[in-house]
Structure formats: C-alpha cells, structure tokens
Design a binder for this molecule. Structure first.
Ligand code: DOR
Length: 441
C-alpha cells in the first residue's frame, strides 16, 4: 500500500518545509516535493501541518484489572484522536507489571487491541531485582519513590541503591517523599476540602524525592527520568545533573494550579498535586530553556462516580491523551511556543530517552507514525465527545484552535476528522509492539 501526503508543512528534524511524504506499507519511503510514484491514495494536505506521531511516555490504561476505568480499546482510540501514535504504560495495573510473566501477559493482551503502538514499563518492588535485570521487552523501570494509585512503593534506601546500581535499563520515578506526605496527611487529618491535597503533597515532598533520586542517579551514573515535575525547585535539581537526568511535565501542571480547585474540585486532584501559578510559569520556562525535555500526560482515568467521592477518598488522576497535543497546538496559536518545540517535547525527546527504534521523527526509513494537523480549526472539548472510557475531562467546555485531522500508525490510517465528523479504524491490530534499542545508542 502506497499513500502520498502532498504539500503539507512537514516538520522535519532540521527544518519545516512544504513538501510531500510517501508512505510505503509501514515506512516513510520518501520525502520530496516532486514525488512521482504511483500511489493507492493521494491526500492533498495543502495548508495543513504534518508532524511525527506523539510518543506519550506516561499513561495508565488500566488493563488488566481496572477496566471499569479504562481499557486498551478506548484508550487507544483516544490516542488516535489526539495524534498519539505510541504510548508507554505504567505498571500499576492488577496484577502489577513487576515480573517477566506479567509483562509478557500484558504485551499479549495488547496485541490486536491497540489502535496505536504500545510499550509497558516494569515496576520496581522491594524484592524483584532479578526480574528488573532479566526483562528486555520494555522501555525501562518505573519506581514509585512515593506511593500513589495502587500498592507499588520503594522507599527503602538499600533497595533503591541496589536498583540504581545493579540494573541497566533506564529508570523513571514518581517523586514525592513518602515521609513528608504521611506527616502532612496526619497534620491535616479530617480536612475535607480537596485543596488540602496540595498542602499534603506539597512542594517540599516533591523536591525531597527528586533530590533523593537524582542523587542516586548521579552516584550510580544511571540514566534517569523524573516523571511529572510539578515545582519550580525541582527543575534546578534536574538541570544541575546534566545529560544523565531528564525531566518531564504534564499538561495539568502547566495549565492548572491551586486556584482551580474551586472550579474543578476533585477533577484536578492528582499526584503530584497541582501547585502554584508561579510553578506553571516556571515549568513553561523550563521547557523553553531545555531544562525539561518531555511533555507527557500521566493519563490516569477514574470513573466519575469514583471522582465524586468526598475528599480524601476520591482517587487521584485525570485523563488527557486525547487533548494533550491540541492543548499545546492552541499555545502555538496563542504565540507562546512554536510547533517545532511541540514536536521536540512530545515526539523527539521521549523517543530518544526511551530508545524507541525508528520513531519520533519524519525521516526516510522511519515508521510511518504521523499526525496531520489543521492549525486553524477551533473545537470544543466536552465530556460527551471524549473517547476515554471514563467519559469526562477536566477541560470540559474549553475551546482550542488547532487539532489532529488524520493519524497514521505504521502506515495505516487510524483516525480521520472531516467536517467535524470523527472516524476511527476498526482495525485494533494497527498498533505494534514498540522496539527498544537499549544499549545501541
Ligand atoms: O494522580 C495520579 N494517578 N498519579 C499517579 O502517579 C498515578 C495515577 C493513577 O494511576 O491513578
């Protein structure tokens, strides 16, 4: 099958040019304004933008075990709509993904169910070092240095030293200090206002855990990625560690702060908690300055019923894969950032950090994972038009300008929006297992 996408503004690794892209089967076969190949399908993309598909390196898709909240079919339709062509999923499912068997079972479950490409982290526990050393079909190791949803937690210093010293895969961590969080929770016990969540999971909790884990990374010279950075102070710790340590920010920590609890209540309760307006600004600045490398979502759906429970029982987390790219494109339209930066943070850097083979760029020979963008079309996000199984969004009612009109995964069209009408491929075998080039640079 040959498809030619003609005359889009194509975001290439070193420049953005109006050109044409030939997809042959699953691969980008040519990039040339004058392609004269016989194609099965020609798309006139004049005036639109073609970017590499987004690689979201932090999602919770809840399968197996928690499929009343989300599942791979719903979540990957949400991805396709949002221009996310590859996801890396976290281990706090049931069972936890903490050994080879659970990882291989998850990979087998994903096959044939995913509209987009998939990869799964292995979670660290106090005693699974041998498993962390043995697995290969994974982007890396996830450590919950502070506990969040589920029961994964490694807070013990000796266990952490061993994981950083004796494993080879890249490591990422949820950094909130357990001791600080527990002490704060005790101090505010009985409080029922959700805004206390940001006092319990406070700035100090995030900073202490990030310092602690960055220190481990430096001493053991182990590549390390700090997930969902939420405070200005963490940025400096990450930056001072140099290339060994990378950092990531999520849309909710860029767009929401404690002032939003009044309007959105538990819908914006997540871990790490939202912080202050100054943190939003500092996190944007850190992206611009290259001090944080990645924008990913931490897509963490819970049902509306669960979110409707009183504080503190209401669970932490919000869905975002179908809106993250559009939220960033809207900022391009507002003049805050440019589209090349979006591609850098959402495609190039996650592919580099997790060693994804042939992804993250529009390059001849790379996988044809692509998103075509209409930068001018406004659209309204609503609970009703979400694909995620949980059926709600914290951005309900928000109008954004710029969105995905077509998505290809391994050369196959999986999503198309035409005159406001959305069509999804029924081929849930379109997504492939992501290949990782660990140890090969
Ligand atoms: O708010 C969160 N929810 N943060 C996490 O780290 C986990 C996630 C979840 O799985 O619900």
């Amino acid at each position: 099958m040959k498809t030619i996408i003609r005359n889009a503004h194509v975001v290439l690794p070193d420049e953005t040019v109006i050109t044409s892209v030939l997809i042959e089967d699953a691969t980008i076969a040519a990039i040339d304004p004058a392609i004269h190949s016989e194609a099965d399908l020609e798309i006139d993309a004049t005036g639109q933008w073609l970017i590499p598909g987004v690689v979201d390196d932090q999602v919770h898709f809840r399968e197996p075990g928690l499929t009343h909240k989300e599942d791979l079919r719903h979540a990957t339709r949400a991805c396709a709509k949002g221009g996310v062509t590859s996801f890396l999923e976290m281990p706090n499912t049931i069972p936890n993904t903490v050994d080879r068997k659970a990882l291989e079972d998850k990979l087998a479950l994903a096959k044939g169910q995913c509209l987009v490409n998939y990869g799964f982290y292995i979670g660290a526990t106090l005693d699974n070092l041998a498993e962390l050393q043995a697995v290969t079909r994974t982007p890396g190791i996830k450590i919950f240095i502070g506990s969040s949803t589920g029961n994964l937690l490694v807070d013990d210093q000796n266990a952490l030293e061993a994981i950083f010293a004796e494993t080879r895969l890249p490591i990422c961590a949820h950094c909130e200090d357990e001791t600080t969080v527990r002490a704060n929770a005790e101090a505010y016990a009985g409080e029922t206002d959700v805004a206390f969540h940001s006092r319990i999971r406070d700035h100090q909790a995030a900073l202490i855990a990030t310092q602690r884990s960055v220190d481990l990374a430096i001493r053991h010279q182990h590549p390390f990625h700090v997930l969902h950075v939420s405070t200005a102070a963490e940025v400096d710790v990450i930056d001072q560690a140099g290339d060994l340590v990378t950092g990531e920010v999520c849309p909710h920590h860029l767009f929401f702060n404690v002032e939003d609890y009044e309007r959105l209540g538990s819908l914006v309760k997540m871990n790490p908690s939202i912080k202050f307006r100054e943190d939003n600004e500092a996190l944007w600045q850190a992206l611009m300055d290259g001090k944080l490398q990645v924008v990913a979502t931490d897509h963490a759906p819970h049902t509306r019923e669960e979110k409707g429970k009183p504080y503190p029982e209401c669970p932490s987390g919000l869905p975002a894969v179908e809106n993250s790219l559009a939220l960033m494109l809207n900022e391009v339209n507002r003049g805050r950032i440019d589209i090349r930066q979006v591609v850098h943070w959402m495609c190039v850097e996650p592919s580099r950090i997790w060693h994804l083979r042939n992804k993250g760029a529009i390059r001849v020979g790379f996988d044809a994972d692509l998103a075509l963008i209409d930068m001018e079309a406004p659209h309204v996000i609503s609970h009703e038009n979400q694909q995620t199984k949980c059926g709600w969004t914290p951005w309900n009612g928000v109008t954004l300008t710029g969105s995905v009109v077509q998505t290809w995964v391994m050369g196959r069209e999986v999503f198309r929006k035409q005159q406001g009408h959305e069509t999804f491929s029924s081929d849930h075998g379109a997504g492939h297992e992501i290949q990782f080039a660990h140890g090969h640079g």
